[in-house]
Design a protein around this ligand. Structure first.
Ligand code: ZN
Length: 272
């Protein structure tokens, strides 16, 4: 039994106030990977928060090697505001963020905007010390839970194949002129493994989605030799998913998947 200790990443914001982002640390006392699991980089994506709380209990009972760092509320001010980013008002889209999309700010800036300061604090206190990462999000519109990973023969691909999520969307590393990057790219570009899982949907916490997130985290810990037992696979195995495209409906101004662009199962059977 390894009891969790509660610690905080402390971010100094532009108005002089401080935000204390809580995280649990559980150390088996034996050598091994340092596994970071975080949720709610976007404050309305809260399904992973409960998955992390339950994973903490699993780790307290079963961790046999390495250590875990668990961050249930990565973007704590956005969670408190019930917004995806701390800068957004009601009905503003993700894109109107003025640099406040937390998952484009890694590794953060000590003297940047408030969101960059949050990721900086988390990187200093947690991420830069860890060797593996699971980043839990929630889809905005889609209902099919999916893993986002790199198809590069490396750690990210290996992690995606054992996560036990029905769909995997293979993605290229992000490109662009932003100063910051995703936390997944931060880990994968430095030879540490990372995947993202998009639970579904946003704003709510549902038992089935929490169970998927918990199973994925536990499977990854087993892959890393941190928890004993067999990896719990799904039957049939996962499918690779095509990139969703959305079409705006002229009459209702709502968005929906474009015809022929829904999830495409891979025609070839794939083993994990
Ligand atoms: Zn997200």
């Amino acid at each position: 039994m390894s009891e969790a200790t509660l610690d905080h990443a402390v971010a100094a914001l532009t108005d002089g106030s401080k935000v204390r982002i809580p995280f649990w640390h559980i150390d088996s006392g034996r050598p091994g990977e340092k596994f970071m699991v975080l949720a709610a980089q976007h404050g309305n994506e809260v399904q992973g928060c409960e998955a992390i709380r339950r994973f903490k209990e699993v780790c307290e009972r079963e961790l046999v090697a390495g250590s875990v760092h668990l961050v249930p509320f990565a973007n704590l001010p956005a969670v408190r505001h019930r917004r995806s980013h701390i800068s957004l008002g009601p009905e503003q889209p993700y894109g109107d963020d003025e640099g406040h999309n937390m998952n484009r700010t890694w590794p953060g800036k000590a003297h940047g905007n408030d969101t960059e300061r949050l990721s900086y604090a988390l990187n200093e206190a947690v991420a830069r010390h860890c060797t593996r990462c699971l980043d839990l999000h929630s889809w905005s519109r889609f209902t099919a839970t999916a893993t986002l990973a790199r198809l590069d023969g490396g750690l990210s691909e290996q992690m995606a194949r054992v996560a036990g999520i029905r769909f995997i969307q293979w993605r290229k590393p992000p490109t662009g002129s932003n100063d910051g990057t995703t936390i997944g790219a931060l880990f994968n570009d430095s030879g540490r493994g990372s995947i993202t899982i998009e639970l579904a949907p946003q704003w709510v916490i549902r038992e089935n989605e929490v169970s998927l997130g918990l199973r994925a985290a536990t499977n990854l810990a087993k892959l890393f030799g941190m928890i004993g037992g067999e990896i719990e696979q799904i039957d049939p195995t996962w499918s690779s998913a095509g990139r969703m495209t959305m079409r705006r409906c002229a009459s209702t101004n709502s968005r929906r998947p474009a015809r022929g662009c829904s999830w495409r199962p891979d025609s070839r059977p794939r083993s994990t």
